[in-house]
Design a protein around this ligand. Structure first.
Ligand code: HEM
Length: 523
């Protein structure tokens, strides 16, 4: 009698053997870059079980370690997904700058599609639509154009100094409000009256938070079974559809509401500088519905891109100043020599060129703790061959910014130490006049807001240093609180922040107190 089940079993075993042999031959033909090897036998439909050597926490540190073993381009494979991690400046320049047509797209992820993330430039694949967004956005954020918004930075940073003077212990809340207030005013002409209660801010922050959680690889079942994206929310296990719907609603509000404000007030907002949306509306060709929708999307990316990133760099600055008092003192000495005693006058952008150490300090903050240690993932638009290795089409390529900013060959010895002097010549002048921090990425997708971000950071750093002393917080026993100087704790998130910390912030003189009190009278 025919033993049916054992025949089925034998047939399955034979199919599996053919499948394994097939994938072994295919892989042998494709010479991927080195990396920790997954379990060799793939599971049908799911792919290979990843190697235990792939880092799961603080991946930028783990990948930097893997690069010591495998070289600058590391290949990792997990469940049908191939990811290539770029760990050296040379390889990053070779791929992202010299082969822009291949390495400038974004990966496709089911949740991107479901949440319509591609409405915004940051999620768009390389192509005509992205180019249009980028051109329209950059027109207002280039080095020269960004300067037009300096009066807004001055106003917002002065308000920030006053708050720091009044409530120094709430410095983290003041920092959180600053970049959001600046970008809302620049783009929409909207002055956030109270950051903690503002509806535009609340929605934008909630959108950022939800997107960060939902886009974490493997956070949703649909990441593993993309076909599930076609199933409705009521199907068991498809709760991600509800989440995607909520994120879409938040995204629409982020895109439409502040834009609506600018549209409504555009005749009162022809101030100097006019908000970006008002300029865009004036430049719009026909004002068709399609064109208006594109402008909503172009401007809608601003808050998400500008806020949390700049907050991270500002917090790293306060942390570094509390941890490295000698460096703080050196910067203050440079500022005092130019401006006079603390409180004599406000620093302005005209002082920038005469303060090389402050400029070096800004570069060092961005280098020491890069805001997006793994940047935003790129994807290939075509198959490629690099150094004899095969890189498939439509695969994820990750720029390990942490590895690039901690490379000794570029930044000198002891890259973990906070040392602005690495950006200076022995005579105290800057090594490079027009330096672009690697923290902003490389190639066509380099951060288009970098000049704007540097202006906010520079004016905040120089003003805080001119007026305040930052030190370690005191314990109730009167001793300095302990912080791990070599490795202060940071969050394991796409945008990495210092974990909450306290520090003491004191005005450097009574004159400073009076000067900042004067600002509060003017407002
Ligand atoms: C310290 C502050 C900031 C840092 C460190 C930073 C860093 C970055 C990085 C690493 C990327 C990804 C680059 C890539 O894909 O290769 C990026 C993209 C982007 N940034 Fe920034 N950024 C900052 C502030 C800003 C600001 C203030 C704005 C807007 C005014 C902005 C707008 C954008 C946009 C729109 C993108 C997407 C570009 C694209 O996909 O083509 N960023 N940023």
């Amino acid at each position: 009698m025919v033993d049916f089940p054992s025949n089925v079993g034998a047939a399955l075993a034979a199919l599996l053997a053919i499948y394994w042999a097939g994938s072994w031959v295919t892989d042998r033909q494709k010479r991927y870059p080195p990396g920790p090897r997954p379990f060799p036998l793939p599971i049908p439909f799911l792919g290979r079980i990843p190697s235990a050597a792939i880092p799961t926490s603080f991946p930028w540190l783990g990948y930097t370690k893997l690069a010591e073993r495998f070289g600058p381009l590391v290949h990792v494979e997990a469940l049908n997904t191939h990811v290539f991690i770029v760990n050296s400046l040379k390889t990053a320049r070779d791929l992202f700058e010299k082969r822009p047509l291949v390495y400038s797209s974004r990966p496709w992820v089911p949740m991107f599609e479901l949440t319509e993330f591609r409405d915004f430039m940051v999620g768009q694949p390389y192509g005509e639509e992205w180019r249009w967004h980028r051109r329209t956005f950059e027109k207002h954020f280039r080095r020269e154009s960004s300067r037009a918004y300096r009066p807004i930075h001055v106003k917002k940073v002065h308000a920030f100094l006053r708050k720091l003077n009044d409530n120094p212990e709430d410095f983290a809340a003041h920092v959180r409000a600053l970049p959001g207030a600046t970008i809302m005013s620049t783009v929409y002409g909207y002055d956030v009256p109270d950051y903690s209660k503002d509806r535009f801010v609340e929605v934008a922050e909630e959108y950022n938070r939800r997107v960060t959680v939902s886009f974490t690889p493997g956070a949703q079942i649909v990441d593993f079974f993309p076909f599930l994206r076609h199933f409705p929310a009521w199907v068991p296990g498809c709760g991600f559809q509800k989440s995607a719907q909520e994120i879409r609603a938040l995204k629409d509000e982020v895109k439409n509401k502040p834009f609506g404000y600018a549209l409504e007030h555009k005749d009162d907002l022809r101030l100097n500088p006019a908000p970006i949306v008002v300029k865009m509306l004036e430049e719009a060709h026909k004002g068709t519905d399609d064109e208006m929708e594109m402008l909503r999307r172009v401007s809608g990316v601003s808050y998400s891109a500008a806020s949390d990133t700049t907050v991270s760099a500002l917090m790293s600055f306060f942390l570094a100043m509390a941890l490295y008092p000698a460096i703080q003192h050196k910067a203050q000495t440079e500022i005092d020599a130019l401006l006079g005693a603390p409180g004599a006058t406000f620093p302005t952008f005209e002082h920038k060129a005469s303060l090389p150490f402050v400029e070096a300090l800004l570069r060092e903050v961005l280098r020491w703790r890069p805001v997006l240690p793994l940047s935003v993932p790129h994807a290939t638009s075509a198959e490629d061959n690099y150094g004899g290795y095969f890189i498939p089409k439509e695969t994820t390529v990750v720029m390990n910014i942490w590895a690039l900013t901690h490379e000794e060959s570029t930044h000198g010895s002891n890259p973990d130490a906070f040392n602005p002097d690495r950006f200076l010549k022995p005579d105290g002048t800057l090594l490079e006049a027009n330096h672009t921090s690697l923290a902003f990425g490389l190639g066509p997708r380099i951060c288009p807001g970098r000049f704007y971000a540097e202006d906010v950071l520079w004016l905040t750093f120089v003003s805080v240093l001119a007026f305040f002393d930052i030190g370690k917080a005191m314990t109730t026993e009167g001793a300095e609180s302990e912080v791990d100087v070599a490795s202060p704790p940071y969050s394991d998130t796409t945008i990495s922040h210092p974990l909450p910390f306290t520090c003491s912030i004191r005005p450097r003189s009574d004159v400073v107190k009076d000067l900042l009190g004067g600002i509060s009278l003017q407002e």
